[in-house]
Every structure is written in structure tokens, then in C-alpha cells.
Design a protein around this ligand. Structure first.
Ligand code: AKB
Length: 332
């Protein structure tokens, strides 16, 4: 397909979202360079075999400049981030990677005249004061986690670079992202992914949040679609710019457990909230994403039922002999 993104660099390409976004971009556009950039070891993964890999730490501004210049990059997706739970264990590192990383990306974009920068923000920008249901884009932001603080800073920095330097920066607020290819690393919403692995390999999962914890979530195909749609959107229609809510599904930990249990009779579960409960409690139940829908055509495809089926089909295949339970429904 013809693209309006030119040569692309995905920073954080080894991560949960980066690994799938890189593959999707390479499949979507013919004859286009999609550089996978990260500081992970490029050993043997298809990500590195099917395109160029660039060893890069987003905190190394000189190295970033060299890579962006050397590959003649037009569009940067910066997905390098320390997520909420890990960020509370090491707030200083979260500040560096998330805020300095965003600043470096914007600065290099400005200096080298890059066309577009896309950076995910998060539902972690919200604090407990805002309406819990259908939380709007434009509300008072007082997050309680360092991750949330850095994401608010990222949104404001992005808006500043657009406003002052005419740099085409676009950001959306992702909810918890569920996927089967690459594990998430250190988020509060990781229980939603872990529960599938444990259900299949042990028949049991101990959720680290309360049963009634309701959070906005999204399945990876919708997440990848949202990032590409926002990147491809006509700049003239983008008024929100760096604070788009993107809703998809919203469910409690108990509802997720029961939906997995519909396919695995022997699945048992407990709820033992830990320090991550406080973070989950400070976030919305669901978001109002009307701006994303009207300004760039956002429309999710997966709901809880469809996502759970797809996760189980794919993980059963991936985990092979490690699966220790019987699936009681015909999934494929
Ligand atoms: C996290 O849990 O930290 C992330 C997020 C909601 O941005 N998944």
C-alpha cells in the first residue's frame, strides 16, 4: 500500500506494542523502510530478520540523531516507556526514559525536520478526581503515579512542539493492552495478560487487583490499528492533537476471569490486591473517545468475548505442551 509516512522508525520495537506495530507497518507498506530500534539483543526474532534493526537507547540523543539522520527517517513512533507498576518501583528511571526520551525524540524531530512523531500516552494521565465513567479528553489531570506524571508531560511537550515549531506530533491515550505475542513489561493492567497464561499452564491465577476493579482495555489488533490510523490521518482534521482517548472495551477482573472460565472448566482464581490496586483505583472505568472517532475515524473491533476467544486460540498454539488444561469449547 502507498503510504504517507515515508521512512519509519519504531523506537521501543522489542516491547509489547512495538514488536507488533513494526511487523504490521512492514506488512502494510511495500518498499518502505521500517527501522526497528531498541536496546534489546536482536537474537533471531522475526522482527530483526525481516528488516533493519538499529541498536538504540532513547536516552542517547546523539545516537538517536545519527540513526534518524542515517536512515533518512520521516516518521517516528516512540514507544519506549517504563510502565506504571515498574515506574513506582523506580520513579527516577521512569522519569528519564519517559520524559527525557520523549524530549529527545521531539528535539531530534525538530532539528532534523522529521515529518511526524507519534507517541502513545495512557489512561494513567488521569487521577481519581475526574468522572470515572466516560472520562472526557479535556479534564483536570492530576495523576498519582510517576508514569502518569511523565505521560502528562509527554502530552504537553508534544503539544508545545506542534504549537511552537509546527512539528506534526500526534498522541493517544492507550488503555491496558492485551496481546499474546510479546509480554507487557511492568504495567498495572498486566493481570489481564498474565491471567490467560496462568489459566492455560496452571489452571489457576491470583489476580493482583480486586474482583470489582474495572478498567478500560484494548486488544492488540485494535491498538496497532489505532496507532496507524492516527499516524495516517489528515493533519487538518486533528484538533485534539496529543490527548485523544481511545476506548474499546471495559471490564472488571472478575468479568475477565468468568469469561476465561467459560472456555476452561477447571480454571480457578483468587484476588489478592497489592500496591498496584491503588494505581488501578485512580484510573477511569471507561473513556469518552468521541474526538478520536470523529476526527480520525477510530472504531474498535474487539469486545471481551471476541478478544478472549482469540487470545485462547493463539496462546494454546504458542504454549503447546505447556498447556495443562482442557479447553471445553471449539475455539478455532
Ligand atoms: C500500565 O498498566 O501501566 C499500562 C497503561 C495503562 O498505560 N498498561
Amino acid at each position: 500500500m502507498e503510504n504517507n509516512l515515508g521512512n519509519i522508525m519504531v523506537i521501543g520495537a522489542c516491547g509489547q506494542i512495538g514488536s507488533e506495530l513494526t511487523t504490521a507497518l512492514r506488512e502494510r507498506y511495500d518498499e518502505v523502510k521500517v527501522i526497528a530500534a531498541d536496546k534489546c539483543a536482536p537474537g533471531g526474532q522475526d522482527l530483526f530478520e525481516n528488516g533493519t534493526y538499529s541498536s538504540l537507547n532513547v536516552l542517547d540523543r546523539g545516537g538517536l540523531k545519527e540513526e534518524v539522520e542515517g536512515h533518512d527517517i520521516d516518521t517516528i513512533f516512540n514507544l519506549a516507556a517504563i510502565l506504571s507498576a515498574k515506574g513506582e518501583k523506580n520513579p527516577q528511571l521512569a522519569f528519564e526514559v519517559n520524559t527525557v526520551g520523549a524530549y529527545n525524540t521531539l528535539e531530534i524531530g525538530r532539528k532534523l525536520g522529521v515529518d511526524k512523531i507519534i507517541m502513545p500516552s495512557s489512561i494513567a494521565v488521569f487521577g481519581p478526581e475526574v468522572p470515572k465513567d466516560d472520562t472526557p479528553d479535556e479534564v483536570y489531570l492530576k495523576p498519582r503515579s510517576m508514569y502518569g506524571v511523565t505521560k502528562v508531560a509527554g502530552e504537553l511537550l508534544g503539544y508545545y512542539y506542534w504549537d511552537k515549531y509546527d512539528l506534526d506530533v500526534r498522541e493517544l491515550r492507550l488503555p491496558g493492552v492485551i496481546s499474546h505475542k510479546t509480554l507487557p513489561g511492568g504495567g498495572t493492567t498486566d493481570y489481564a495478560v498474565e491471567s490467560f497464561y496462568s489459566a492455560l499452564t496452571d489452571g489457576h491465577y491470583d489476580f493482583f487487583v480486586r474482583e470489582d476493579t474495572r478498567l478500560p482495555m484494548m486488544y492488540m489488533p485494535d491498538c496497532v490499528k489505532s496507532l496507524i490510523q492516527l499516524a495516517e490521518a489528515d493533519p487538518g482534521s486533528l484538533h485534539g492533537r496529543t490527548n485523544y482517548n481511545v476506548g474499546s472495551m471495559s471490564f472488571t477482573a472478575g468479568e475477565l476471569a468468568r469469561e476465561i472460565g467459560r472456555h476452561i472448566d477447571e480454571f480457578s482464581y483468587d484476588f489478592s490486591p497489592d500496591y498496584r490496586q491503588e494505581l488501578a483505583d485512580s484510573w477511569p472505568n471507561s473513556v469518552d473517545d468521541r474526538s478520536a472517532r470523529t476526527e480520525w475515524g477510530w472504531q474498535p473491533e474487539y469486545d471481551l468475548e471476541k478478544m478472549v476467544r482469540d487470545m485462547l486460540v493463539n496462546l494454546e498454539r504458542k504454549l503447546g505442551d505447556d498447556v495443562s488444561v482442557e479447553l471445553n469449547t471449539q475455539l478455532a
